[in-house]
Design a protein around this ligand. Structure first.
Ligand code: KIV
Length: 272
């Protein structure tokens, strides 16, 4: 770990701003429970995102839409207990902030109060600006999310790369500026052309964290289950797998099953 990041006692939104100014890339990853969050935190991750991808990887739903605010708070509180250094950001789930800024503020307050998280994230630009502004009035830090926004999957119809066309790229540039001006402390850009993402990162002062958005941004985020190879089904081009935990875990558990069946486990030393 570089000295610019190893001495940080607790990562804050200000730390992220400093890292951007110093050109030190920000490492963000998702987690949903205490034990994994502790591993991520000990490994030096700067931001742990309690993503609504929990709906997919923890609950087995096809989309992120079904997860509830209570479920996000449960995951958030577990992750907060595991993180001594990382900034913990919790996703506002679908239906808890769109079209109703008072409802958005109430949802964000519940997340902060009941999970102990340090910030919230929500998807969208101009259409959710009123909600962003209202949440910020309570002193709650907000992270934006543009590009491929999985809560709108039924509008997009597919998970392909977003903002390839000029009109959508222009809208994304405008939304990024609006979120910066509103007071968001950082912005996630998901699955958009690297050139556009780099341009946006250079044009705004807040850190831009990419997922499938190339190397020209201020940091990267990956879903933990994907990068550790727990999932086998999901292999987009942007994903780098750092481990094959699917094989490690199924082999270890298979070995345990064999030992139980053969009565090799427990042996004399493993009993009282
Ligand atoms: O929910 C999530 O995991 C996310 C990341 C993909 C950025 O929003």
């Amino acid at each position: 770990m570089s000295s610019a990041v190893k001495d940080i006692k607790r990562v804050t939104t200000h730390t992220l701003q400093e890292l951007k100014q110093k050109g030190v890339p920000i490492a963000m990853i998702t987690a949903y429970d205490y034990s994994m969050a502790k591993l991520m935190d000990n490994a030096g991750v700067d931001v742990v995102l309690v993503g609504d991808s929990a709906s997919n990887v923890m609950a087995g739903h096809e989309t992120t839409l079904p997860i509830t605010l209570d479920q996000m708070i449960y995951h958030g509180a577990s992750v907060v207990r595991g993180c001594a250094r990382a900034l913990v950001v919790v996703d506002l789930p679908f239906g808890t902030y769109q079209g109703n800024s008072k409802g958005a503020l109430n949802s964000a307050i519940r997340i902060m109060k009941e999970s102990g998280a340090h910030a919230v994230k929500l998807e969208g630009g101009e259409e959710v600006l009123e909600s962003v502004e209202r949440i910020l009035t309570a002193g709650i830090p907000v992270m934006g999310h543009l590009g491929l926004t999985p809560q709108s999957i039924y509008k997009f119809g597919t998970y392909v790369v977003r903002a390839r066309e000029d009109a959508e790229a222009e809208r994304l540039r405008r939304d990024a500026k609006l979120l910066e001006e509103a007071g968001c402390f950082a912005l996630v850009l998901e699955k958009i052309p690297a050139k556009l993402a780099g341009e946006v990162a250079r044009s705004i002062s807040i850190p831009v964290i990419g997922i499938g958005a190339g190397g020209g941004v201020d940091g990267q985020v990956l879903v933990m289950h994907d990068m550790l190879g727990i999932n086998r089904e999901f292999h987009p081009r942007f994903l780098r797998r750092y481990a094959d935990l699917y094989t490690v875990i199924t082999e270890a558990v298979g070995h345990y099953v064999q030992d139980v069946r053969s009565k090799d486990f427990p042996n004399q030393e493993e009993q009282y």
